[in-house]
Design a protein around this ligand. Structure first.
Ligand code: SF4
Length: 372
């Protein structure tokens, strides 16, 4: 395998070469022509402008249909194995932008079955409870309740199962092994699972009684699932879903991905202000060994986790971001000041999010899809 990084739906390790990943997965870069076209529907989201949303499949086709009046639906999801962190929130925030820009309905799948099958230590009750808890974070982002349905797999399996079966009949074990790296020790539920993850991509077509184009915004690590979905779609009479991929949200302690297995690299949506300030205080930066040295030599924003947080999610102004990078390189700003600025922003964001999360408890009934 080229490079020394691994990106699968269940494992992300090493320094990710995102351009090489496009080659590996056979996707297409989000190029200037697509950005120009997207800008015609509304202001470009900073994640698009900054290349955080950087890879795609079939976006031109989807927009051609949209321009002819064919409305699409959005589909994304979450494997509910624990608390929600900012890395999960990032593609959902982008998804909300897509819903707002295109007025698209969203189907949000909570794969409580997947997390039960793939995690030795989690019971089905655990993953179900996490699905309900994570749903609060989705609702707190402000999705339109009239256009958003959260599907909890084990609740909705009667609806998903016929579609899953149709997918499963088209996918061989050999394909599942090649795409996901399964072997003979893999439990048979895991082998079947990708067909359940495909089902919501076809569900809008079944519900609306027409072939509904689908756009899936997701982390690039989820692309293997949807390669399988796309491979079987046309033979089942559906469109292949289009995709927009985000890069992985960086960890605070350095590295390419925020990970629940390294708690200090991760800001959870339920973290207190004190915890946030401690984690940011310990973050990996591109600063020099001493303040004096840094004033002389400057810092390296391109490797700095604190800078990356501003870049990926928290600094809306491109100009302010350029200024910060410039001041860092010249040694005009020191890491302590920078960490304080990020902590203040994170605390402010989380205070609002946690308030909306509480309010979301009374709205669950409007968002969770009812299935017979
Ligand atoms: Fe990072 Fe800010 Fe330190 Fe520069 S000054 S290395 S951007 S924390």
């Amino acid at each position: 395998m080229e490079g020394d990084f691994v990106v699968t739906p269940w494992q992300v390790t090493g320094d990710i070469d995102y351009d090489q990943l496009i080659q590996r997965f056979g996707t297409k870069k989000v190029d200037q022509a697509l950005l120009d076209r997207l800008a015609g529907y509304g202001p470009l989201h900073p994640m698009l402008r900054r290349g955080v949303v950087y890879s795609q499949r079939d976006m031109e086709w989807l927009l051609d249909l949209y321009d002819k009046g064919v409305k699409f639906s959005l589909y994304t999801g979450r494997g509910p194995s624990g608390n929600t962190h900012l890395g999960h929130l990032m593609p959902w925030i982008f998804c909300k932008y897509l819903q707002d820009t295109f007025g698209a309905p969203l189907y949000f799948q909570m794969t409580d079955d997947e997390k039960f099958l793939f995690n030795e230590g989690l019971s089905l009750e655990d993953t179900y409870q996490k699905a309900m808890d994570n749903a609060l974070d989705v609702i707190a982002l402000g999705f339109d309740p009239d256009k958003t349905k959260i599907i909890i797999d084990t609740d909705c399996i009667r609806t998903l199962y016929p579609l899953s079966l149709k997918v499963a009949k088209k996918v061989t074990f050999s394909t599942a092994k090649a795409v996901f790296g399964f072997d003979n020790s893999t439990n048979i539920g895991s082998i079947f699972f990708t067909s359940v993850q495909s089902a919501p991509a076809f569900l809008p077509s079944v519900l609306e009684g027409r072939n509904v184009p689908i756009l899936i915004p997701c982390g690039i690590d989820q692309d293997p699932h949807f390669r399988v979905t796309r491979d079987v779609a046309e033979s089942l009479g559906f469109y292949k879903p289009a995709l927009l991929h985000t890069k992985m949200f960086p960890g605070l302690t350095g590295g390419d991905k925020m990970s629940s297995s390294v708690p200090d690299s991760t800001i959870y949506t339920t973290d207190t202000a004190k915890v946030v300030r401690r984690k940011v205080g310990n973050a990996f930066t591109g600063g020099a060994v001493s303040a004096e040295e840094q004033r002389k030599t400057g810092g390296k924003p391109e490797v700095c986790a604190v800078f990356k947080y501003q870049y990926y999610l928290f600094e809306p102004s491109d100009q302010a971001l350029d200024d910060l990078a410039d001041r860092c390189r010249k040694g005009d700003v020191l890491c302590g000041e920078c960490k304080k600025m990020l902590s203040d922003r994170l605390v402010h964001f989380l205070e609002g999010h946690q308030r909306r999360r509480e309010e979301a408890k009374s709205q669950l009934g409007r968002f969770i899809m009812r299935c017979e």
